[in-house]
Design a protein around this ligand. Structure first.
Ligand code: TYM
Length: 340
């Protein structure tokens, strides 16, 4: 059975982009594969965040996974920092990476550009530069076959493959399996509602750009009603010329599990008002039951949630510790070999 690993960073509240680009894929994959899914809380430290907000984000993301339908008896869900080997291997990979290749990461470039202080000095946290090496460790510790992500993460995954191959070659040993990337063709990049040329993101300052999984019916209605379209009033999938309408079509198609062509035909004789109403309907139908389950886990079944996460961490720890010991023995960190 193929092993699959993926995670979501606890920098903010989960968005519809996270659901359609990542979680929805996990749900499909859990039927036939061994899945390990984690809350990337160490990655959540790479940008300044208040302790209370971080705690809530971690708890909420864990609860969303289960509320969305990830089954604790099939999939292993854990919190990244509960498996210490992530940080340890992250450091080893950091030492096998080059500053230049980390500086070339587009997410690093984007984030570091926003780090100008009020007095015009620039303070770029080192964590955002080192981030992809920790991400590589998250994956390589488990000899994962596949990593399902949205398209924005593919550059980090290419680096993961480079680091794995580099270390395998340096030490002339198959230290790591080189993973393959899985990207959902349709929902690989859900776009911002007000600026559909950029990604819908959980850290966007303009809340109107983003549907959060926690949004209520009215918030969804307001945001989709005000979503940017164009003046043509023709419902057609054309991301270059019609990014707003194409994004709404993508959201509709992904939630209803239909292909874009079928949806285009369905909407062909309708106007944008109708498209938006239908999109609002399917989003609310998706979110409402999920929100009830997520709230129940947090408010009534928190100990159950914690137990699932402990079980997930115990499972992950076994695999990760074995791999870390193996790597450390090969690279010479231990003068007496650790248990394999
Ligand atoms: P993060 O937390 O930014 O996003 C989590 C997952 O959601 C996908 N995603 C989207 N997909 C489609 N449209 C969007 N608008 C959208 N926004 C986000 C992301 O591609 C991702 O799959 N570095 C990662 C977390 C991570 C990770 C890992 C992932 C840490 N270690 C190891 C895989 C394997 C991140 O920040 O994702």
């Amino acid at each position: 059975m193929a092993r699959i690993i993926s995670g979501i960073t606890s920098t903010g509240k989960l968005t519809l982009g996270n659901y359609l680009g990542a979680i929805n894929n996990f749900l499909k994959l859990q039927e036939k594969h061994e899945l390990l899914i984690f809350v990337a809380n160490l990655h959540g430290l790479t940008l300044p965040i208040k302790a209370q907000a971080l705690k809530e984000n971690i708890r909420d993301i864990a609860a969303w996974y289960f509320a969305a339908g990830i089954m604790p008896n099939k999939t292993h869900i854990f919190i990244q920092s509960d498996v210490l080997a992530h940080t340890q291997l992250g450091y080893v990979l950091l030492c096998n990476s080059y500053v230049g290749e980390l500086e070339r990461m587009t997410q690093y470039k984007d984030k570091s550009q926003k780090m100008t202080n009020q007095n015009k000095t620039i303070s770029i946290p080192t964590g955002i530069l080192a981030y992809p090496t920790l991400m590589a460790a998250d994956i390589l510790l488990y000899d994962a076959d596949f990593v399902p992500v949205g398209i924005d993460q593919t550059q980090h995954l290419e680096l993961t493959k480079t680091l794995a191959t580099r270390m395998n070659n340096t030490y002339k040993t198959q230290l790591f399996k080189v993973p393959k990337i899985i990207v959902d063709q349709q929902a690989q990049k859900i776009m911002s509602l007000q600026d559909p040329t950029k990604k819908m993101s959980k850290s966007d300052d303009n809340l109107k750009n983003t549907i959060f999984l926690s949004d209520n019916k009215q918030e969804v209605t307001d945001k989709i009603t005000k979503a940017v379209t164009d003046s043509e009033n023709i419902i057609k999938f054309d991301p270059q010329r019609k990014p707003g309408v194409s994004n709404l079509l993508t959201i509709y198609a992904s939630i209803t599990n239909k292909n874009i062509k079928t949806c285009e035909q369905y909407f062909s004789n309708h106007n944008y008002g109708f498209l938006k109403k239908e999109v609002i309907k399917v989003i609310n139908n998706l979110l409402e039951p999920m929100q009830k389950k997520q709230q129940a886990l947090i408010n009534e079944k928190l100990s159950q949630l914690v137990e699932y996460l402990q079980q997930g961490a115990a499972f992950a720890n076994k695999i990760a510790t074995k791999k870390l010991n193996f790597v450390e023995n090969i690279i010479g960190i231990n003068f007496i070999e650790k248990e394999k």
